[in-house]
Design a protein around this ligand. Structure first.
Ligand code: BTN
Length: 247
């Protein structure tokens, strides 16, 4: 792990920083800790095949490359957890009411401020490479479409944020959490992630293949599954994409 030799690639515009980072890995040009930053993405990608829209030069659009060869593939959700926790720490140092919405969205109150798209390569039984794609709304004042109920940090605090300074802070925090992961500190990571989860232990509305239902989030499974308790006491576990969070 050589995260301290920060290797920044800054692009005016790119299709997607995740695509760019994946190409670096494929062409064997990537070193661990490479950070791809773009001011604009022509085809920014979000979860579930959605687009990630962001006004030019206003927000943080970045992809960070890791080579977590120590991590068994079945434990890959731990990467989502540490990136969510790093973003939580950053936001929590600037404002109130931050939470992590499962699996890895960052919320201020009930509005989404950041999304994470992690793309892993597996070799044998372990993770070989990981691209940590982060979209964090910093200075955008208006949102036309896209994610439900988006918000930027400036809309909340009234301050203007320097994208490079924010990136530096976030890279440091990711490195800190990544070291914990490399040290095998799963228990701490798991408990902090659950601690900071949006609407945990509260009645909320979810939707699965059978329709909407009321349940409480009571835990996160070993592989990142959402563990819900329904009103009749029944427990259900869902992987990402198997359940939708209505509120
Ligand atoms: C989500 O749907 O919430 C995830 C959004 C992730 C967006 C970021 S922006 C930088 C990186 N490059 C991409 O194409 N997507 C991620």
């Amino acid at each position: 792990m050589n995260f301290s030799d920060k290797n920044y690639i800054v692009l005016n515009a790119v299709e997607s920083t995740n695509n760019y980072a994946n190409q670096l890995i494929m062409s064997k040009q990537a070193v661990e800790g490479t950070v791809v930053l773009a001011y604009f993405q022509e085809k920014g990608r979000g979860q579930r095949g959605n687009y990630w829209e962001s006004e030019k030069g206003k927000n943080l659009l970045t992809s960070i490359i890791l080579f977590p060869g120590f991590l068994p593939a079945e434990r890959q959700f731990a990467i989502s957890k540490i990136v969510s926790l790093a973003l939580y720490d950053f936001l929590n140092s600037k404002t109130l009411d931050v939470s992590i919405k499962w699996p890895n969205d960052l919320y201020l109150g009930s509005r989404k401020i950041a999304g994470i798209l992690i793309e892993n390569g597996v070799k044998g039984r372990n993770i070989f490479s990981s691209v940590l794609g982060i979209g964090l709304n910093l200075n955008q004042k208006e949102f036309v479409s896209g994610a439900p109920n988006p918000v930027s940090l400036q809309q909340i605090t009234g301050k203007e944020y320097n994208i490079h300074d924010v990136l530096d802070e976030i890279v440091e925090l990711i490195f800190k959490w990544y070291q914990r992961l490399a040290n095998g500190d799963f228990e701490y990571i798991d408990s902090m992630y659950f601690e900071r989860l949006f609407r945990k232990n509260m009645w909320s509305i979810f939707k699965d293949g059978d329709g909407e239902f009321k349940a409480k989030i009571i835990g996160i499974g070993e592989f990142g599954q959402l563990i819900l308790k329904r009103q009749n006491g029944k427990l259900s576990e869902y992987m990402f994409k198997e359940v939708e969070y209505i509120f």
